[in-house]
Design a protein around this ligand. Sequence first.
Ligand code: TXA
Ligand code: MG
Length: 341
Amino acid sequence: MNTEILPVNDESIRLAGRFIREGQIIGIPTETVYGLGADALNEQAVMKIFAAKGRPADNPLIVHVSCEEEIKPLVTEIPETARLLMKRFWPGPMTLVLPKAHCIPDVVSAGLDTVGIRMPESAAARAIIRESRRPIAAPSANTSGRPSPTTAMHVYEDLHGKIPLIIDDGPCRVGVESTVIDARGEIPVILRPGGITAEMIMQAVGSVRIDEHVMQPVAEGEAVRSPGMKYKHYAPKAKVVIYDGRPEAVQAAICRRYDAFTGKACILGRTEHNYGNRRVISLGSLQHPEEAAAALFAALRELDEEGIELALCEAVDQQGIGLAVMNRMGRAAAFDIERCL
Ligand code: TXA
Ligand code: MG
């Protein structure tokens, strides 16, 4: 199959909508990461997503809508807290887990009685949903286990030959996936941190909980609230180690390890820190924590491209969007974190 990459315009959006209606899967831009979209109500189409990504069948998909009226038929109930969150943060990088309606095929929800719903901020994404006249099920458009794609080229790298179309809307603004929230109870529970931060949720509804597995690996056989927590994620071929602690101590420890390593090493650090001639990929300025989120997945892909064997990462502050960055970095490192005093 030939994979076409088209910029956003009326014609490409119409084509995208037609492909979705016809049961094809396509690459779709959003403000978080690129998605691999299919008609959420078409079981055959959704199965193509799992096949193309090599995704485990027990990991459910997020269903994307373009406006509020489209949510009602997809869920059986919208509790008050969920309503507040929707009002405050949609359209935007937030997914709400709600009790699912019958029309959602089991392949989408992976057999759970809930479904994750998201209204993206990206105008192109919403235009494609509107044009298709379908809710769109879309995981991140990467091969399972690889870093999520933040450019159309990343999607192409992983899925060319398997999908007919990628709509290119440039690099994703946020760069990490949406915040996934279990919104069935009074207190929202963050299952995956993202662009809508714990602090923002706290301010909007007065309470928030963060699932323990956000910054901890899942033990063999342990029950989780979100299947995605179980899987190895974002792992480049390189060994990834995170250094956390006093900045001077972190930089010194990274330099020591880098210099002692005889293979190809690389540092993922902040622009303010000077590593001399050592190979560094920047995660942006300390003054702008959102730059680390926007840069992380491309940096992880770059490691593989350069054949890096050891990646030494500066930890980022876990406040705000930093929690999402550390969750992804932590998983890429299998939570191998060195504390520096
Ligand atoms: O930003 C995003 O959320 C992107 C863009 C394309 O919208 N999508 C995305 O989808 O990241 P995916 O499939 O790569 O990640 C969805 C995560 C998985 O960890 C999955 O386990 C969890 O959300 N999830 C989906 N439905 C769920 C449910 N009903 N209950 C608990 N967790 C759920
Ligand atoms: Mg994903």
